[in-house]
Design a protein around this ligand. Structure first.
Ligand code: HEM
Length: 378
């Protein structure tokens, strides 16, 4: 909230040297993300100047980097196969996966457990891989590659490019396999739509899968792990949730707001003047919203720095706003509800292994997550 108090629009220089207009207020974030002169562009692709053009296209011809009418077409296509019903139907499977992971951890006996590697990571990665159609044998590989790609700007060019190249190779191979033997997964669904005469290009299909796999787990992992950490740091809130488990829905919203997994929106550019409050951002500028600051805007949230799992008026912007509002939000919410309910339900004395240690956070500006979180599951 300190950033918000010093004004809702700031000019900053990122560590990559790129000057950016950073919008920190809540109302201003909504204005920015729905402004007709704010458009997504490929200029901010990490290591762009070192990336071969065919690789840029194979990984960035997706809806998050697209503007209408392409955005509308791509989002509509995936929405036809990634439906609300399909997400609701995943619930029993997610519960089963969650229980199996916790059985495994419990079987290891006492002692500190890294919640991230034992549970926070495997749950969303398995869910998104099953949903998209990644064979189980390749899931660890996908996980490592997508982690490298997500932290792209902080990786060396060589490491980043090797990961992107390998990920694209794996996706292209998967597309061939699914075309020959379709399954009940999103990729098969998209291939069927495409083979029915839709205009989805090779790059669009590869990029769509690339986006779903990356956007679909790294963020949810952080929601689960940051969320558990925040709850454990607020014992009175944790006790309230234990007492009334039906509060889990509003608790998930508050954990998304208070310590959300994504700090900023993906950079966009202005193709005309953009007035935000009393500031006019010129055409050709790179703009971003500091979602995490908007979520602590005292003009929007009462006691913004207080974590309150019963907060009801909670219109956080953790999933973005406008046409690019997160497609996977219902899935992320479902996974988080199951994760918090299962962890608290099963381990009545769940606690931090070292209550005084401040866990190390992930590098980079985009994500807000921890490298590990040691807990005692009892
Ligand atoms: C878009 C956050 C989980 C798929 C976005 C955006 C944000 C976001 C902030 C908009 C970015 C922008 O406008 O620059 C999150 C958070 C998640 C999460 C915090 C977890 C807690 C997921 C999951 C999936 C997913 C589970 C997929 C299964 C997408 C897609 C878009 C998107 C496809 C692009 C939508 C478009 O451009 O129309 N997400 N996300 N996300 N997210 Fe998520």
């Amino acid at each position: 909230s300190a950033l918000v108090e010093s004004g809702p629009v700031h000019q900053v220089t990122l560590f990559t040297g790129v000057p950016v207009w950073l919008v920190t207020g809540h109302a201003e974030t909504r204005q920015l993300l729905t402004h007709p002169n704010v458009v997504k562009s490929l200029t901010e692709v990490p290591h762009r100047e070192h990336t071969p053009e065919d690789l840029v296209k194979a990984t960035n011809t997706h809806m998050l980097a697209a503007n209408p009418p392409d955005h509308t077409r791509l989002r509509k296509l995936v929405s036809a196969v990634f439906t609300r019903r399909r997400i609701d139907e995943l619930e029993p499977r997610i519960k089963q996966l969650s229980a199996a992971l916790l059985d495994e951890v419990a079987a290891q006996g006492g002692g500190p457990v890294d919640l991230l590697s034992a549970y926070g990571y495997p749950l969303p990665i398995t869910v998104i891989c099953e949903l998209v159609g990644v064979p189980s044998i390749q899931r660890d590989e996908f996980r490592d590659l997508s982690q490298t790609v997500m932290t792209g700007p902080t990786q060396t060019v060589e490491v980043y490019l090797a990961a992107v190249t390998k990920l694209v190779e794996l996706i292209r191979h998967m597309i061939e396999v699914k075309r020959a033997t379709p399954g009940d997964d999103l990729l098969s669904g998209l291939i069927a739509v495409r083979d029915d005469g839709d205009k989805l290009t090779d790059d669009e299909l590869t990029s769509m899968i690339y986006l779903l796999l990356i956007a679909g787990h790294e963020t949810t992992v952080n929601l689960i792990v940051n969320g558990v950490y925040t709850l454990l740091k607020h014992p009175e809130q944790l006790a309230a949730l234990r007492k009334d488990p039906s509060l889990v829905t509003s608790a998930v919203e508050e954990l998304l707001r208070y310590d959300g997994p994504v700090m900023v929106s993906i950079p966009a550019v202005t193709n005309g003047p953009v007035e935000i409050g009393d500031v006019t951002i010129p055409p050709g500028a790179v703009v971003m919203s500091a979602l995490a600051s908007a979520n602590r805007d005292p003009r929007r949230f009462a006691a913004p720095d207080t974590m309150d799992i019963t907060r009801s008026d909670n219109s956080h912007v953790t999933f973005g706003h406008g046409i690019h509002h997160c497609l996977g939000a219902p899935l992320a919410r479902l996974e988080a509800r199951i994760a918090f309910s299962d962890l608290l339900g099963r381990f009545p004395r769940l606690r931090l292994a070292d209550p005084d240690a401040e866990p190390a956070r992930y590098p980079g500006l985009l994500l807000n997550g921890m490298a590990r979180l040691d807990v005692l599951l009892e």
